[in-house]
Ligand binder design. Structure first.
Ligand SMILES: [Ca+2]
Ligand SMILES: [Ca+2]
Ligand SMILES: [Ca+2]
Length: 265
């Protein structure tokens, strides 16, 4: 008798467990079905000089925040809300203009977004966006767009996904290659070419492709043959560095030293 009651009790407990598990998995499915626009986006704003834009969006439940960078006005930051059930969202903040707002909706598969934007100064238009493959590096400086739009400067953040020159990683070692990190090797490579410039004709000048393969450094450091634009930058106010000015100089060592320890690997 006692044994039969125990068996029945165990059966009911098992049934209860199965029901509880079914409830949990149903609620997980409901959450999964909601729109989530977290991630990196390629954005196009029409009818402006903004050109190409990139955005890195973070979504926590219904709250949104985004770092945005457009080729012309530069960086901006936005905050907003999304309705995960419909994918409708709004974002508001600054982007080269005092204020800008976006009203959009995410596609059912989460691959695209589209909508309208309005900015101070009676400017308005439409926008569309596509999800970016995670390793996209638009300017080929070694930091992904996602890393450059991030907030952590030492992990490549606070930079422009359109500016090749803002990450001072240069070709080092043998064979010469970039390491996606700014460290002692980069400073040593600059020292080995210190004083070289393109004032006289040579194989490379400031307009050469910075991704072309430099020749190995020779002595003295200031030899004309040592000049290659991969090692050269110029100081630009408000940016980590700008395009080459034709000489590997003390200002370059200073700019690289300021990025010491930064990495995108
Ligand atoms: Ca990049
Ligand atoms: Ca960059
Ligand atoms: Ca390096």
């Amino acid at each position: 008798m006692e044994k039969a009651r125990l068996t029945a009790l165990a059966g009911r407990t098992l049934l209860g467990l199965v029901a509880a598990l079914a409830l949990v998995s149903a609620s997980v499915r409901t959450v999964d079905a909601g729109a989530d626009i977290s991630g990196a986006w390629t954005l196009t704003l029409n009818a402006t000089e903004a050109g190409d834009c990139r955005a890195l969006v973070s979504q926590a439940a219904t709250d949104l925040s985004a770092n945005i960078y457009c080729e012309v006005p530069g960086p901006g930051s936005l905050t907003g809300q999304i309705d995960p059930a419909t994918g409708a969202f709004s974002l508001f903040g600054s982007l080269g203009l005092p204020t800008i707002g976006f009203n959009g909706v995410a596609s059912g598969d989460g691959a695209t977004i589209s909508g309208t934007w309005q900015a101070s100064g009676d400017l308005s238009g439409v926008f569309s966006g596509e999800r970016q493959p995670p390793e996209t590096d638009t300017d080929q400086d070694g930091c992904t767009d996602t890393q450059e739009l991030g907030s952590f400067v030492s992990f490549g953040g606070g930079r422009s996904p359109f500016n090749f020159w803002d990450f001072y990683d240069v070709p080092t070692s043998t064979p010469l290659a970039r390491s996606r990190a700014v460290n002692a090797n980069d400073l040593a490579a600059l020292a080995a070419r210190f004083g070289s410039n393109d004032a006289t004709p040579g194989a490379f000048d400031r307009n050469s492709d910075p991704l072309s393969l430099p020749s190995a450094a020779i002595t003295p450091a200031a030899s004309r043959e040592n000049y290659h634009p991969a090692y050269d930058r110029r100081p630009v106010t408000g940016k980590r560095a700008g395009p080459p000015n034709g000489a590997v100089a003390a200002s370059d060592i200073y700019l690289a030293a300021r990025q010491f320890g930064h990495h995108c690997s």
